[in-house]
Design a binder for this molecule. Structure first.
Ligand SMILES: [Zn+2]
Length: 353
């Protein structure tokens, strides 16, 4: 957490005059308005999340485009875009920050704006929010292959997402804190604080990434505020200010290397899994199909489906998982390694160590 600590200390001593200073470096921002097309998002009080997210997203882009910030959108109109594709757009342009815009819904009268980074949901409520946003993959074609058996409705399934973005977590938290601070100080929105939850769209990006729940459409007054031009302008102002603050902070940190080449070097993600079986048929990833094991995933290779148990970035942890799968009756199961999502030679990896 060195970067985080350094930045927080640093921020105590400065006070930016935001729009009067331009940024020294060039930054690339990817704006991801949630949902779209056949997926309306939540429709609390008859408002459309997809429409509000797009409007706020476009307004953020308009405000930031003349500030030495290169703006890329995952969508600029009412179209459906796979979660996987959204992350890929950001990876392809090597963005400095990925921001996904959403609106929340709840059966209670809950209200307030919240900002999320990828992580383990600390409670049921955070899981529910991620579950709702992740469930859009059911509308995608071939989602089982694309997300390797990820099941939005299974809290354990989410755990395997979490280790992937660790490298970028510190910066994600810093960016999220700027956004949350801006909501509270500038807009006097109720502070729902920065939280962690297993959002699939944040999992596949290789850069600091945040997801903003701008407020609750299900709350009568907040819903109508977010659906109004005034509300959307104010949210866009607050988020834009926060993004400038974040980039400005990066600009001013001499000892923190935020160079893209540096980021690329750290990009390798190693993930160990236990291959428990292979088959020509696609089995639902339910524990009754796998001797009671959970935390399952599947990958199609040629005409064969390979089934895996567990996921960890730690080899010793993988050895424990292997013992467990053997205890569950998978006597010939073995450890496999993936590097950045591709199968990688385990022997070679161990030799390199
Ligand atoms: Zn959403």
């Amino acid at each position: 957490m060195d970067f985080y600590r350094y930045l927080l200390i640093f921020l105590l001593f400065i006070n930016y005059n935001i729009f009067s200073q331009s940024l020294d470096s060039n930054f690339t921002l990817v704006i991801d308005p949630g949902h779209g097309g056949k997926d309306p998002g939540n429709t609390g009080n008859g408002y459309l999340e997809k429409k509000i997210a797009l409007s706020i997203g476009l307004k953020i882009g308009d405000r930031l485009k003349n500030n030495n910030i290169n703006i890329i959108y995952t969508r600029k109109s009412d179209v459906f875009v796979d979660l996987y594709r959204r992350a890929k757009i950001a990876n392809d342009v090597e963005a400095d920050l990925f921001i996904s815009i959403h609106c929340d819904a709840h059966t209670s009268n809950a209200y307030g704006a919240g900002t999320f980074v990828l992580g383990l949901h600390a409670n049921e409520r955070n899981f529910k929010i991620a579950q709702k946003e992740n469930s859009v993959i059911f509308l995608e074609d071939d989602y089982q292959q694309k997300y390797a058996g990820f099941d939005p409705n299974n809290p354990e399934s989410v755990i395997s997402l979490v280790l992937m973005q660790e490298d970028y977590l510190d910066k994600s938290i810093v960016a999220a804190n700027f956004i949350q601070k801006s909501f509270v100080n500038r807009l006097k929105r109720r502070d729902r604080t920065v939280k962690q939850a297993g959002f699939l769209v944040l999992r596949n990006t290789y850069m600091p990434s945040v997801l903003v729940e701008t407020g609750f459409l299900t709350n009568k007054s907040e819903g109508s505020y977010l659906n109004s031009n005034k509300g959307q302008n104010e949210m866009a102002d607050a988020i834009s200010e926060a993004i400038i603050n974040y980039f400005k902070a990066l600009d001013n940190l001499p000892n923190i290397n935020r160079g893209k080449k540096e980021i690329k070097k750290n990009l390798d993600i190693y993930e160990f899994k236990i291959q428990i079986s292979a088959s020509k048929t696609l089995l639902p990833l339910k524990k009754y199909n796998f001797n009671g094991l959970t935390n399952l995933s599947v990958k199609k290779e040629g005409s064969i489906y390979k089934y895996f148990f567990g996921s960890t970035s730690n080899y010793n942890e993988a050895k424990k998982l292997l013992r467990k799968s053997k205890n569950y009756g998978y006597k010939s199961s073995f450890i496999i390694l993936e590097k950045n999502g591709e199968t990688y030679d385990l022997e070679k990896y161990l030799n390199e160590l």
